[in-house]
Design a protein around this ligand. Structure first.
Ligand code: AHR
Length: 514
């Protein structure tokens, strides 16, 4: 009988807010992420509303996705928004040079994107083209999206069926500008970033005065958060350059977020399989994902130097497991399956984000549908929800909840020469006053006995759901969609102490009633 793991939660204490934007998502015009995955067109036999597939929209609504980043990614820096507005039969047909040279018919453009975010109840995070575009092109796009219908740009939008200005809550100024976004030196990027931050204006007057975490009252204030390109490795060149510039910003421009990208792949190019793998590959990816902690610490330390009050959030707007493409899938489509391993990795990352809630206030998992660590896989009319989808749904109560102080002995999970923490736990109080605990047992083989002391309240019952599977590589398929789905679980509660057994390779989310 293994010794039980002691967890102590200070339920009557307070802590930072877990910004709901850390549960954001990324949807790029890449492979079947948009075409087939989200967009099927109005004439499709697949049930849809204005071309957007109903099954996918319904599933995503349940996740309360706070924001969707679009159109890229690398694609953003070769995207010309004019190709994707107006009557569809007249739109430009182009080639997606970033991703498999696929034909880009531009059926899914700006108006379709906003219809999508509105249908799922989310907010828009637009990445403008800084690589092959210009400040004017980006400013014109913002005008198309946000200007009053009395202006020429707004009138064009109204002619295309959308009189009211759209709400652009987040603006990405470039993407990976140190690589696919133009391979810019950091100093060059910063000079360009200032021009975009100054001139790419959100003209939606209704949006003026909305929350702006970094916004001084006058200095560069903007109704949207402008997010600058930051690091994609432990190197701090971009972080230093952008944050130094931010510290010196004047009334004419500012930024309200620094992007960071960090994938779990062990080594580049990604070679780990998404199906049919064993415990060695399971443990290797768990170990690799923990590098996220180092990345956050390294870049937060630089940010703290220039911004000790933590006004500028670290926006991890690309993260997730990047594996070898599924055999038979097209090159450049980044199509992979999604197993219980991915769900566990998602829980480890989300837990890290909550522990850095004062600096990490927004993220976007890559990507939403059919690409990399997806929530949903589709094939024609078929759709399946992945383990990562279920994990995100289980974590919905943590959106905007107050993180609570917690201590626990993580222990160690060993597999061959790999050692990683065995247990991970977070606790939070949601806005309605309920207490929530998420517990992850990384161990592929051994259950974990948990003995939790909940200080400050008299816990009476604890119940929730557990996500687990028989094997580390278990996936949901179109034929067997329910291999990894949340099942009910109840903890024993005696005299305010909660005890339960976590199955091997599992994530459990409990709500505690007092
Ligand atoms: O998510 C896939 C790609 O990964 C993105 O387009 C790019 O920004 C990153 O390198």
């Amino acid at each position: 009988q293994p010794a039980s793991i002691r967890v102590v939660i200070s339920a009557d204490a307070t802590g930072p807010t877990i910004d709901r934007n850390i549960f954001g998502q990324f949807a790029e015009n890449l492979g079947t992420g948009i075409y087939g995955g989200v967009w099927v067109g109005e004439g499709s036999p697949i049930p849809n509303v204005r071309g957007l597939r109903t099954d996918v929209v319904t599933a995503l609504k349940a996740l309360r996705v706070p924001s969707v980043r679009w159109p890229g990614g690398c694609f953003a820096d070769e995207y010309h928004w004019r190709d994707g507005v107006g009557p569809r039969q007249k739109r430009a047909v182009t080639v997606n040079g970033s991703w498999g040279n696929a034909l880009e018919k531009n059926d899914f453009g700006t108006d379709e994107f906003f219809d999508f975010v509105q249908q799922i109840g989310s907010d828009a995070y637009i990445s403008v083209n800084m690589g092959s575009g210009s400040v004017k092109e980006a400013a014109d796009w913002m005008a198309y999206m946000t200007a009053d219908p009395g202006t020429t740009a707004g009138a064009e939008r109204a002619t295309n069926g959308h009189r009211e200005p759209y709400r652009v809550k987040f603006l990405g100024i470039g993407n990976e500008s140190w690589s696919c976004g133009g391979a810019y030196r950091s100093g060059y990027y910063v000079d360009e970033m200032k021009r975009y931050a100054r001139f790419v204006r959100n003209l939606n007057l209704q949006q003026q005065g909305t929350d702006n975490p970094a916004g001084g009252s006058i200095a560069g204030s903007s109704p949207m958060q402008r997010i600058a390109v930051g690091p994609g490795s432990p190197g701090t060149d971009y972080t230093e350059a952008v944050m130094r510039a931010w510290k010196e910003h004047d009334w004419s421009w500012s930024i309200e977020g620094l992007s960071m990208h960090n994938y779990t792949w062990v080594s580049w190019p990604p070679s780990y399989a998404s199906t049919g793998f064993g415990e060695r590959e399971y443990a290797a990816l768990i170990k690799d994902t923990l590098k996220m902690e180092d990345m956050i610490r390294i870049h937060s330390a630089v940010m703290d130097k220039y911004d000790p009050d933590k006004k500028v959030p670290l926006v991890i707007d690309e993260w997730g497991v990047w594996l070898a493409k599924l055999p038979g899938s097209r090159d450049g489509f980044l199509h992979q399956q999604n197993s219980i391993r991915d769900a566990i990795i998602a829980s480890i990352n989300l837990n890290m984000f909550t522990r850095h809630a004062d600096r990490v206030r927004m993220t976007a998992i890559a990507q939403m549908v059919n690409v990399l660590q997806a929530m949903i896989l589709t094939d024609g009319p078929k759709m399946v929800l992945t383990p990562t989808y279920h994990l995100f749904k289980m974590y919905v109560p943590f959106q905007n909840a107050t993180r609570l102080p917690i201590t626990f002995d993580a222990g160690t999970y060993r597999s061959g020469d790999i050692s990683v923490p065995r247990i991970d736990v977070i606790a939070a109080r949601s806005a309605d006053g309920k207490l929530w605990i998420a517990l992850t047992n990384v161990d592929a083989n051994k259950p974990a006995e948990i003995n939790a002391q909940i200080q400050g309240i008299r816990a009476r019952t604890a119940s929730g759901t557990v996500l687990t599977a028989d094997r580390v590589d278990t996936v949901n398929t179109f034929e067997k969609p329910n291999s990894v789905v949340p099942r009910p679980i109840t903890a024993r509660v005696t005299e305010g102490r909660l005890s339960l057994t976590l199955p091997p390779k599992s994530v459990t989310v409990l709500s505690i009633a007092q």
